[in-house]
Design a protein around this ligand. Sequence first.
Ligand SMILES: NC(=O)c1ccc[n+]([C@@H]2O[C@H](COP(=O)([O-])OP(=O)(O)OC[C@H]3O[C@@H](n4cnc5c(N)ncnc54)[C@H](O)[C@@H]3O)[C@@H](O)[C@H]2O)c1
Length: 338
Amino acid sequence: MTIRCAVLGLGRLGYHHAKNIAAHQVSGAQLVSVADPMEGRAEQVARELGLETWTKNPDEVFEDPDVDAVIIVTPTSTHADMIKQAAKHGKPMFVEKPLTQHIEEADEIIQTIKESGVICQVGFMRRFDPAYAEAKRRIDAGDIGKPLYFKGITRDAGSPPAAFIKHSGRMFLDVSIHDYDMARYLMGAEISAVSAHGRVLLHPFMKEFDDVDQAITYVEFDSGAAGDIEASRNSPYGHDIRTEIIGTEGSLFIGTLRNQHVTYLNHKGSHYEIIPDFQTRFHDAYRLELVHFIHCVQHKQTPCVTEADGRRNLQIAIAATESFDSGKKVKIEGGSPG
Ligand SMILES: NC(=O)c1ccc[n+]([C@@H]2O[C@H](COP(=O)([O-])OP(=O)(O)OC[C@H]3O[C@@H](n4cnc5c(N)ncnc54)[C@H](O)[C@@H]3O)[C@@H](O)[C@H]2O)c1
């Protein structure tokens, strides 16, 4: 059965998801509609992708009986409303991270999803990246023994505009949340305490939103392991995503700066192209996470990364933000590793 999908929000990532579906890169999915309130945006994307239906009003998508599932890629501050609408109209949903910005709101959402019986997958796409998946396989097979230390580096080549930062929920929620998810997933343990620091190094406009462009979170796991997670919007050389896991019997290093397996050499030295942005680095993962979502919709299965992971990762990000604001270590109760 083909799942007729609509993409809500056609910015940096929504456009990418829409193109993937329209180009038949997501098996079992058909793009039938797009929505974005920005003047002309939905129409422009619909024309480019050969769609007959577009709208400035997301409500029309939720009410459309020809839409079987929705892909929510709107600004973070709108996720809660979008999720409630999708649940109310019985539409299975894929929603970008973070689930929302507040724990009370996350609890409300989880209850609404439960009552509606629809599935919800949250966009922690690194779980679908082939390199991270291989690392997970090796850890589960015992190849590195007991995981002791997690190091995560996420450096963006630049900052999104102020309009995005304003609705992003600040650095720990917007960026480090990917590494909190990977830390829990790969270490097979819950983060039980965080100490977070950060500073504006390059983008003074962020001060207006109490945000930073460089941050670090020291994390403690309930297994006794530890780790550190760097987030930056200041990388002058490209998009840099690397992870290390140190175990008792071996270690795993995930990620590379190389965009292609080509090294150019001349009398001045050697050069290779560096990954420019997140769309390039995670192209496979963005596609594979939607393949998984569509499979779950078709077969009425629970996705492997749900609103429960969304809530836990949110809880960690909120604790990190609180630690940054207070200058104190913050403990986190409960949870079970995803
Ligand atoms: N998983 C990842 O790696 C990743 C990467 C980037 C962004 N994201 C997430 O995706 C979401 C969108 O981020 P982005 O970078 O694409 O943002 P963006 O600012 O580039 O685009 C957002 C788009 O949504 C539209 N929009 C605003 N309100 C809307 C509404 N009510 N209904 C429909 N559309 C609406 C805007 O007009 C804009 O075109 C955010 O929640 C962000 O955290 C995830």
